[in-house]
Design a protein around this ligand. Structure first.
Ligand code: BGC
Length: 473
């Protein structure tokens, strides 16, 4: 009888998985850590609201630039060396932050570190996907998303342990550790077979395949990759933005932006500040609430999505999640009508109140709803809607848009709170949940169960496209 169990991933592929895990941890740690660091930074430098917003958000601006140049770097230097470069940039950024004598140096550190994050956020998944056998490719994307949420959780944990003495320099400096680990793990590995073939190093390509998939015929596998590369002239930017691919571009770009305009990173970055306003009066209490209510719930709910995305389909999860986010934002906004405003200073004048507890419940449901829907699904959809010769640039454009929108939200959140109220800011996010519901219904096709080739054909067939958009589970 033939054995149908798929071969276990080789040690080499597990090491590639570890690279991806570290890239996700790096990304997540830097998303989360600022929440607990802000208090100490404020005490030391007494910055204005605008400067706090800049310190918080410019990491995403750096990441946007990093993501835009990452594709070129990965082609020129190779995926592996680009990751080493990202780690070095990252360590420099982390040191600048940890040793910053002023808010100006701290801001430069945030930008530099962000560039490292942005480069790794493109080169890591690319390296992972190219080194994985087709059957493991989806798992690699999920692994990355899980790692991001675990990174956020670890950052909150570090914040919780270090917040009592306001050791913000250590909180920020620790992020150099996964970067150093990344260099140590990636250096002994090889680049991807795809990249070796692109630069004409066929023997190296075969050597990687032999290590990654010892059970397949390396020469045959390399010939397949070579044929795919030859038939696939990569699209120019002009073609990516042409009418032909407008539909998938709108779907990917729209979801990338809405994922941020619904407020996730305002909550991730300013969680402690929000809990302070909700009545958790010691920094340690705020950090503990952030650790579990935001960090822990985020990891758990992401795990659920990763396990069930192929059973439920993209559209139902997006719709249920957006409804959950909408209702919880309205709840949080309602609670904040009764609470002190979120101020930049994290000083709460009262202990937990009923309204504070409602705000906590609302935040937990918001995070859970995001984590099983917009969090992972947006990235899944972005990676599957483009035809393969447009995918590289299409995904890069959507990723850069996502960083840009993240920047816009974190840069303006505290000012919008000042200008309107905390409730006002949450109601704006709630409005964008309504937009997301409309957008999903009107534009997003169901891609569950379709091969990438079928998705590609769907864009050219109006009837098939309408059926996929109208699909309900
Ligand atoms: C988003 C990030 C966010 C994270 C939270 C990701 O899907 O792109 O901006 O911080 O989810 O888990």
């Amino acid at each position: 009888m033939r054995d149908h169990t798929p071969p276990r991933p080789s040690r080499y592929v597990l090491a590639v998985g570890l690279v991806l895990l570290l890239c996700g941890l790096l990304f997540g740690y830097d998303q989360g850590v600022i929440s607990g660091a802000l208090g100490g930074i404020e005490k030391e430098f007494e910055p204005s609201t605008l400067v706090i917003e800049i310190i918080t958000s410019w990491v995403t601006l750096g990441a946007m630039v990093g993501a835009l140049v990452a594709g070129v770097l990965a082609d020129r230097l190779g995926r592996r060396f680009t990751l080493v470069l990202a780690s070095v940039i990252f360590v420099v950024g982390a040191l600048l932050e940890a040793l910053a004598p002023s808010t100006a140096v701290l801001t430069v550190g945030r930008l530099v570190l962000g560039a490292g994050v942005g480069i790794a956020s493109v080169a890591g998944p690319l390296y992972g996907a190219e080194n994985a056998a087709a059957r493991d490719r989806g798992r690699m994307v999920s692994l990355y998303q899980m790692a991001v949420t675990i990174g956020i959780f670890l950052a909150y944990w570090a914040d919780y342990l270090l917040i009592e003495d306001d050791r913000w320099r250590l909180m920020l400096g620790i992020s150099a550790v996964p970067a150093v680990l990344l260099v140590l793990v990636v250096l002994p590995l090889k680049d991807s077979a795809t990249w070796y073939l692109k630069v004409g190093r066929r023997a190296d390509a075969e050597a990687v395949v032999r290590r990654a998939e010892p059970d397949v015929d390396a020469a045959e596998r390399v010939a397949t990759i070579e044929a795919a590369l030859a038939s696939e002239q990569q699209a120019s930017w002009g073609e990516v933005f042409s009418r032909t691919w407008r539909r998938p571009l709108v779907v990917a770009g729209g979801l990338a932006v809405l994922q941020q305009l619904t407020g996730i990173n305002a909550i991730i970055y300013y969680a402690n500040t929000i809990f302070a306003a909700a009545g958790f009066d010691s920094p340690t209490q705020q950090s503990l609430a952030t650790l579990w209510a935001v960090g822990g719930v985020n990891v758990l709910a992401t795990l659920i999505a990763v396990l069930y995305v192929d059973r439920f389909g993209r559209k139902p999860l997006l719709t249920i999640g957006s409804w959950g986010m909408l209702l919880s934002l309205v709840l949080v906004a309602g609670a904040f009508f009764r609470l002190d405003e979120v101020t930049a200073s994290e000083q709460a004048s009262h202990g937990p109140t009923n309204a504070g507890i409602l705000a906590l419940v609302g935040t937990v449901t918001f995070i859970a709803s995001f984590a099983f829907s917009l969090g992972p699904i947006v990235w899944t959809v972005i990676n599957e809607v483009f035809p393969s010769h447009v995918r590289g640039k299409g995904v890069a454009a959507a990723t850069a848009l996502n960083w840009f929108a993240a920047w816009a939200v974190t840069q303006t959140f505290l000012s919008i709170v000042d200008l309107t109220s905390t409730s006002g800011a949450f109601l704006i996010f709630a409005f964008f949940c309504v937009v997301t519901l409309w957008f999903t219904r009107r534009y997003v096709p169901e891609t569950k169960g379709r091969t990438l080739e079928e998705v590609q054909q769907m864009w050219a067939d109006p009837d098939e496209l309408s059926r996929a958009i109208a699909a309900r589970d």
